[in-house]
Structures are given as C-alpha cells and as structure tokens.
Design a binder for this molecule. Sequence first.
Ligand code: GLU
Length: 342
Amino acid sequence: MSRPSVAIASLGGTISMTPSDAAGGVVPRLDASQLVAAVPGLGTLADLTAEPLFQLPSASLGTAQLLECLAWAEGKIAGGARGVVLTQGTDTIEETAFFLDLYWRYPEPLIITGAMRTPLSVGADGPANLLAAVQVAIDDQSRERGVLVVMNDTVHRARWVCKSDSLSVQTFTSPDGGPAGRVVEGRPEYFHPPVGRPLASRPVRTFPKVAVVPALLDDDGDLAVAALDLGYEAIVVAGFGAGHVSFGFAEHIERLAKVVPVVIASRTGAGSTASRTYGFAGSEVDLARRGATLSKWLHPLKARLLLGALLAAGTPHQQIPEAFAKWGTLPRHSLTNQQPAP
Ligand code: GLU
C-alpha cells in the first residue's frame, strides 16, 4: 500500500527559533525541511513535502498571510495530500486555527502545531509535536474535524482551543468543549465523533478592523467610541461574567450599535454569555435590547475573527445576529458540514 502524503509548511514561531546575539534573543530561522529533519523516523510515516511559507513570530501573522496558507493547503489537498500541517508560533494559534477553520471545507485535516521550547533547549517539544501532528494528519479518524491543534500529545478543535499559560509546555486547553482527543502510542484517540460546523463565505473585500474592548472596573468603555474614529468597523466587547458592562458603557453600546455591529462576549475565558437571566442596566438582556449581539460560547478573540470574516464576506449588518446564533451555539452531532453563510 502506498504511503499517505502529508504537506508541511512552516510559518515561523518558537519551533523555528535559534539564538541571535544581534537581536538579543531567539528569532525564527529554521524552515520546514529543517524541522522535519530534526524528527527521527518522520519520513517513514508518510511521503512528506516541506515548504517554508513565512518566517515570522506569530504576533506578526495576519489575515493576508493566513489566506495564503489556506490557498497553499487547499492546493496540497487538491494534489492528493492526506492532510496538511502548519508549524507556527503558539502565541496566536487560538486565533489562526479558528480563522482557518472558518473556511476549511475539506474532510482532510488541517493541523497546526508549534513549540513552547526552542529547538536548542533541553526538552525541546517541537520535534514531538511535529511527529504527533503528522500522526494525526494521516489517521482516518481525523477526517471531517476541520482545523485541529496538536500540542503536547493532545488534539484540540479550533473553536475551543485557548492558550492558557505564557510559558508552560502544557499551555493549550479547551476550557468549554474539552480536547478532541489525545495521541496515544502514535495514534490519535478521539473522545467524540466529528461534529458539523458552519463555514464562512470567502472574503470579497479586505478584512475590516474589529476592536476588542474589555469591560473594566470603573471604566465606561469610551475606548469603544474612540475605536470608530480610528476606522474600526465593528466592536467586540469582552464583557464581565455572562456578558455585562457598566451603566455608562451600556449607553455607549446603545449609540454604537446604531452605527456598527457590536458583539458582547465574556471576558472570563470560559462559558457562554447569558441571554435571559439578568435585567439590570448593562446586563445581557439590556444590551441585547440596545442592539448588541450576544456571542454565546465564542470567546472575544474568536468572536472578533468571525465578525471580521462576516463583514469581509459582505454580510449585511442585520444578518450578523443570525450568524452568531449559528457559530455561537454548541455544534450538534447531527449536523454535517454546513454550506457557507450567504
Ligand atoms: N511562545 C511563542 C511560540 O511558541 C512565541 C513566539 C510566537 O508565537 O511566534 O512560538
């Protein structure tokens, strides 16, 4: 039987970083083929191609580069790859994975991995993560699961995965949905069957600037008002608790929601916004009445990317609540992959 083919591309990140005296710390330098060469036996698992796409710290990746990655990955699947693997910095994986998952329409898995320790550190985790990513990519059980993050022998779904520790190797968690599975003795074992997920329509314009403004103690959120003057086209409010803000912030939201889409998420890092529990000024019931959309289970960072993708696809403002109802609620096992939003 022929070996599966897996395409690997490197985008930079700690997994690729080596020391630079001039920079005063590590910087991205190694490319995909060097990362592959550092994993003994990787080439026996699959026919691998390794390409450098970018050499960036992940803080400096953006939607333009991600759309290039998407096109690259689609090309590899069209060319017969069993799966594709992107290596990148871990700082933004929770966002890049969600962004790519909005558009990834293939049954084959798109895997993202990285490292928390540089290649020259004792106990570097990059090679083990790359090995696990390829093991996940070639396994039939990984099909129909969209974009997956494989780190520390754990598989996470794009919509749930969060970076939860600044430096620990065990940084990725899925606080709401839980991890999708674990890599055990070289194979992924999944806790649940694949679930359907909505797909976004492709952008028809450049991505708008979408602000994330936190609700803070003793703050009335006038940063959200200032954002409009800076050219932001939509606002995500990272609200207190189940989606709450102060009295003053609530008044700003009422005015803003008449002009731009305003989405309320929770700044807590886990859990859904409420919809019918609290009625005080600034509560979720009050903010919905004032024209804001509740993000439900989507965390602020993911809500921001969805909002940007919806606007980039030309979605009329009045359809944004409907789209958030689709993405923000829990995926149901009975759904198959849905058609893109109009
Ligand atoms: N800890 C990050 C990493 O794992 C820092 C650099 C980056 O995100 O590119 O790669």
